[in-house]
Write a protein that binds this ligand. Structure first.
Ligand SMILES: NC(=O)c1ccc[n+]([C@@H]2O[C@H](COP(=O)([O-])OP(=O)(O)OC[C@H]3O[C@@H](n4cnc5c(N)ncnc54)[C@H](OP(=O)(O)O)[C@@H]3O)[C@@H](O)[C@H]2O)c1
Length: 364
């Protein structure tokens, strides 16, 4: 295959606003190392790590809700998910769907020509379960907002599916994150799971994956999105800011408490979320889009025998499991819109505005 030495890409040139995303037509095409493959990218899904990394929201100096705006308080020393500084220029984008066109000398040659999606957790493959030696595709190395991307061959999965490239690019980050949360909370048949941000990428994944596990699923979301979430199988839906969450639950599922809260929103709602857990209930969290600093009454935690789990780096089996769910059609993609690569900044603004259900994807 004839691969041009230069490619189109959107590069992040520093922390700040959307103007830090620059579209280039002459960016060097990457060459795979011996353990890597070169993917011709067809589509790449957006996610909040791109937004939070660009703006510097992960910095301990920031305590606001995610707005996508630049922060003046970020000093560049701790603005990434892992707490380390970022080097620029950086190509972001973790959720690639594309075709493997080159495989390095030690990589699996049978991948060439196959349509794959990427697992965003970069690992030390001599010690893959070691969470301390992980990186995020599109953060600690270049990702998929480009015509070509390189990644370790153990970070791609072949998907046999009639879904489009853009649909397949909605899954990886959101669904592996959601499945990681549900695994940490050991969600099983008989559980009732309350999901915040249920219309979002992770929220709509939580909804489908908790239902897949046999749980009763209640979503919190802006009301104009309820009809679409109902189609995904939510048993009940509650508006984003109910005056009393317990009363809203009572009306929705005939009981004022749930066994699990799966939260990606946090912020001012947090005390109400914790108050509606049953004795022995489990709270699992992967995000804090409404604000990372919350009020916790420790008496509720210990007197109600609650368990709290955080979830980011997922066990290695989850990516392969996810591909199985896609191939068996146990989960559906929720693709809200596609934009061409050169309009990534516009796509990210729409992603931040949150009028959509599910995810937004750029295509090449
Ligand atoms: N730890 C990880 O590995 C990981 C991976 C992926 C994502 N995350 C984090 O998880 C969070 C959600 O990610 P996502 O991709 O699902 O986001 P998303 O697609 O942007 O969806 C978030 C949803 O939360 C709701 N929401 C937004 N702002 C809110 C606010 N101020 N108060 C209440 N609800 C609000 C919105 O739903 P409604 O409009 O329907 O209310 C929105 O659709 C983010 O903080 C992200 O950084 C973490």
């Amino acid at each position: 295959m004839n691969i041009s030495k230069k490619m189109k890409a959107v590069v992040l040139t520093g922390h700040g606003g959307l103007d830090k995303l620059e579209y280039r037509v002459d960016y060097p095409t990457p060459e795979p190392d011996s353990n890597e493959v070169l993917i011709k990218v067809a589509a790449c899904g957006l996610n909040n790590t791109d937004v939070n990394t660009r703006s510097g929201w992960y910095s301990k100096a920031v305590s606001d809700a995610t707005t996508g705006d630049a922060y003046t308080t970020v000093d560049g020393n701790d603005p990434t998910w892992g707490g380390a500084p970022l080097t620029f220029p950086r190509i972001q984008g973790a959720d690639v769907c594309g075709t493997v066109v080159v495989a390095g000398a030690n990589a699996d040659q049978s991948l060439i020509g196959k349509r794959v999606i990427t697992d965003n957790w970069l690992r030390d493959w001599n010690d893959p379960d070691n969470k301390n030696s992980t990186g995020y595709f599109g953060s600690e190395c270049n990702g998929g907002y480009a015509e070509y991307a390189t990644i370790d061959y153990r970070n791609v999965g072949v998907v046999n599916s009639d879904l489009s490239d853009a649909e397949l690019a909605t899954f990886s980050c959101s669904y592996t994150t959601a499945e990681g949360m549900l695994s940490r909370a050991n969600v099983k048949p008989g559980d009732s799971v309350l999901i915040t941000g249920a219309s979002g990428g992770v929220g709509s994944a939580l909804l489908q994956l908790a239902k897949r596990r046999g749980a009763t699923v209640v979503g919190l979301s802006a009301e104009h999105k309820h009809a679409e979430l109902k189609k995904l199988g939510a048993h009940a839906l509650i508006s984003r800011d109910p005056a009393s969450l317990k009363e809203a639950l009572e009306l929705a599922i005939n009981k004022a408490a749930v066994s699990v809260v799966a939260d990606v929103v946090g912020g001012p709602m947090f005390p109400q979320l914790i108050d509606c857990l049953e004795r022995g209930g489990r709270y699992t969290c992967s995000g804090a889009i409404a604000g990372p600093i919350v009020d916790l009454d420790l008496r509720t935690l210990y007197l109600h025998d609650l368990t709290f789990t955080g979830s980011t780096v997922i066990p290695t089996n989850i990516f392969g499991d996810l591909i199985g769910y896609i191939e068996k059609k146990e989960i559906k993609p929720v693709l809200a819109a596609t934009y061409p690569l050169m309009e990534l900044a516009k796509a990210q603004q729409a992603f931040i505005d949150k009028q959509q259900c599910g995810n937004i994807v750029v295509t090449m």
